[in-house]
Design a protein around this ligand. Structure first.
Ligand SMILES: O=C(O)CCC(=O)C(=O)O
Ligand SMILES: [Fe+2]
Length: 243
């Protein structure tokens, strides 16, 4: 199927308003909802095939810690936005889809905009080694739509944990403080799932892998409020931006 046909299939699927309403209720309550219903199997298969090819040809291993998120570990392989944009077709086209952003806006209850800072628009992340994790952090922009392309069962790690309604102070993240008096929520994910998270106010992480492999595509989106905030991009620049 070519990219135009895939986008048409996506648009047809996005007409499921009952699912959008359910996801919207969940999202506005907890800052998280699974949204696998947004994309048909044909689109998911095309995203997965492109992500597999890109991580194989352009994946770079990174092992980093950031003061801005309390020195939590990032142990992963990534293909970054520039590489995906240059060598991919399906993923950049999906990111540009206005129909997809409109569906996300129904769930979010507010407009969902392209991320104005290009290096953060999308990234492919692969966890392969025991101990690999995307450690506790917040994102710079309001929303992430994550496509789960490969994932082990929860017993082997790789599930997502989050603490909604928290505030990122980059100067003094006081990460452990965020857990005191607040529950950590966890969501099991399966290949083919998608989820939408309010990533600027949900402290979140991927539970360290003990076995198996995890592959995701993360598409980041902005809210209007993000466009007026002055953003510094230290953690993401180091993680994803070109050297
Ligand atoms: O891998 C995930 O499910 C989350 C990824 C994430 O938090 C990020 O890329 O900022
Ligand atoms: Fe994140």
């Amino acid at each position: 199927m070519n990219t135009t046909a895939l986008l048409t299939a996506l648009t047809e699927q996005l007409a499921d308003t009952a699912e959008l309403a359910r996801a919207g209720r969940e999202f506005r309550e907890s800052g998280f909802t699974t949204t696998g219903f947004l994309a048909p199997e044909t689109v998911k298969a095309a995203v997965r095939a492109e992500a597999e090819a890109l991580i194989t040809s352009h994946g770079t291993r990174r092992e980093l810690r950031f003061a801005e998120t309390g020195h939590t570990p990032r142990r992963m392989r990534n293909a970054r936005r520039g590489e995906i944009h240059r060598h991919g077709t399906v993923i950049p086209a999906l990111y540009e889809s206005e129909d997809l952003r409109q569906a996300l806006a129904v769930i979010a209850g507010e407009p969902v905009l392209r991320c104005p800072y290009e290096p953060e628009q999308f990234v492919i992340t692969e966890l392969t080694e025991s101990g690999d994790t995307h450690g506790w952090h917040w994102d710079d922009y309001s929303f992430a739509l994550v496509w789960v392309l490969d994932c082990p069962p929860a017993e082997d790690g790789g599930f997502v944990q989050y603490v909604p309604n928290t505030v990122w102070d980059k100067e003094s993240p006081r990460l452990h403080r965020q857990f005191i008096g607040r529950p950590i929520l966890s969501a099991e994910l399966r290949p083919g799932d998608l989820y939408l998270m309010r990533t600027d106010t949900s402290l979140h992480r991927v539970y360290p892998l003990s076995r198996g492999r995890r592959l995701i595509l993360n598409m980041a989106y902005a809210a209007h409020r993000d466009l007026t905030k002055i953003h510094s991009h230290e953690t993401m620049d180091t993680l994803w931006a070109a050297p």
